[in-house]
Write a protein that binds this ligand. Structure first.
Ligand code: SAM
Ligand code: SF4
Ligand code: F3S
Length: 444
């Protein structure tokens, strides 16, 4: 009998990649993917632990699933991802409805866990990233998207005081250069035109091969040679690892997109030090200037944590000054959320109302820059890589070089091509337009 798996993914792109790879794996034991949760034989949630209420979201989800399956056979309920890693057997004790808890470094064992599952609940939260990739390398990545994620690095050794990632994803691990390129070949064969290289610290990628040490720049240079690949991106990078060889790629590569997501967290050196960020504001600005000198079209986005313990009005002003200096075109900003087990979790919080007020101020400015950037495309013809038809209507979706979503009147022949779109409307999140009938449709 055919078995169906429903996978719900929370969190970052690395979780999205993992969910795809989990599916590639369970296919081997006869599972088909379903988007209808009520017909699932196996219900898997891939969780994120980065900010508060992560754990509660899992129990809330269990409650929902219990209701859906009230009158039916219960699905095998699996909790994967970073909450699974952080909470491990505690989850099994608290919620008997959960059958399996599996951390991000143990996915290579998911098939045997499912196949051998008996009534007793199982938990696997080891930290052998090598074993995981040794196993996954043998399983084809079947993503057939125009834009595909490709994880090259996992984990983190940086231990920023606020962050759970070093505890949930383990130490920094870089995959084999050759295996990454082989996976890219598979993706290209299935129709990928854009590769987004992923890692919690993607620019810390470092793999010792037989003849040389490979860095992120080597991967970019190698992908550049694939004629089918039209665009290359990477995320998320750390200012400390923005090495000159990577910066040089912006001079040499025609496919590396002119958009850099580089989190800073705060514009105050005092706060960066308290956060154990291992870089200063000046270092960030230096990177910014080097890249702008190479190509003035390069734009930046960032992550900000607002209301970190010890953040004064002056520190906050430094953050505002900083973002006014760089004029980020798109950024994420969050209130500091104390995470259990991290060094910052026991620090005295600043007044919640003050923190909230600061977040509102930051977001107002960030959104203004975002909108202004989007408005700069009004009336212009821009190159868009067409990704898919939209689910809700007849329109098509693609992205420009800055990763802005572009919605337009396409057709299915254009999927996977770069086309020129004339932008006639924008909002904060998307650009809207029409195919430019006067130009050669295929721009690249
Ligand atoms: N490795 C990346 C870096 O060094 O910037 C960040 C990866 S983390 C998964 C994504 C973002 O979540 C961080 O940049 C940070 O802004 C946010 N974040 C992490 N821990 C947080 C916390 N305790 N409270 C609020 N935001 C947090
Ligand atoms: Fe978290 Fe810092 Fe590591 Fe980024 S560098 S994943 S913020 S500990
Ligand atoms: Fe969340 Fe884990 Fe990613 S905590 S942000 S899913 S690395």
């Amino acid at each position: 009998m055919v078995k169906k798996i429903f996978i719900k993914t929370f969190g970052c792109q690395m979780n999205e990649y993992d969910s795809n790879r989990i599916f590639d794996t369970v296919k081997k034991i006869g599972f088909l993917k379903t988007s209808n949760q009520s017909e699932a034989d196996c219900y898997l949630i891939n969780t994120c632990h980065i900010r508060d209420k992560a754990k509660e979201k899992v129990y809330h989800e269990v409650g929902r699933v219990k209701k859906i399956f009230r009158n039916k056979k219960k699905p095998l309920f699996i909790v994967a991802g970073c909450v699974a890693q952080a909470e491990n057997e505690e989850m099994l004790k608290r919620e008997p409805y959960i059958d399996i808890v599996i951390g991000p470094q143990s996915y290579h064992q998911i098939n045997s866990l499912i196949s051998n599952y008996k009534k007793d609940q199982k938990e696997l939260t080891e930290f052998e990233t090598k074993d995981k990739f040794d196993y996954l390398d043998k399983i084809k990545n079947t993503s057939s998207k125009v834009s595909s994620f490709l994880t090259i690095q996992e984990g983190c050794d940086k231990f920023c005081s606020f962050c759970v990632v070093p505890y949930t994803r383990g130490p920094e691990y870089s995959r084999s250069f050759e295996k990454i390129i082989l996976e890219a070949q598979d993706l290209v064969k299935s129709g990928s035109k854009e590769i987004i290289l992923l890692g919690q610290n993607v620019n810390a990628y470092s793999f010792k091969g037989k003849t040389k040490k490979y860095r992120l720049s080597d991967l970019i240079n190698e992908l550049e040679k694939f004629k089918e690949i039209k665009r290359i991106r990477y995320t998320t990078s750390h200012p400390k690892d923005m090495s000159d060889d990577l910066i040089d790629c912006y001079s040499n590569s025609k496919k590396l997109q002119p958009f850099v997501h580089l989190p800073i967290q705060s514009g105050s050196n005092k706060i960066l030090k308290l956060m154990n960020r291992s870089h200063k504001v000046e270092k960030y600005f230096e990177i910014y200037e080097k890249l702008k000198k190479i190509n003035s079209k390069i734009e930046f986005s960032s992550d900000f944590i607002i209301g970190y313990p010890g953040e004064t009005d002056e520190d906050f002003r430094d953050t505002l000054n900083f973002l006014n200096k760089i004029k980020f075109i798109n950024s994420y900003s969050f209130l500091f959320s104390p995470r259990p087990g991290t060094p910052a979790s026991n620090l005295d919080l600043i007044d919640h109302e003050v923190a909230k007020d600061r977040l509102i101020k930051v977001q107002k400015i960030l959104f203004q820059y975002q909108l202004k950037h989007n408005e700069s495309f009004l009336g212009k013809k821009i190159e868009v890589l067409v990704e898919n038809k939209m689910k809700k209507n007849q329109m098509y979706f693609g992205r420009n070089e800055y990763f802005n979503g572009v919605i337009f009147d396409g057709n299915k022949k254009l999927v996977g091509q770069i086309v020129k779109i004339k932008i006639d409307k924008v909002n904060q999140n998307n650009l809207f337009g029409k195919i430019d009938s006067n130009s050669d449709m295929k721009a690249a």
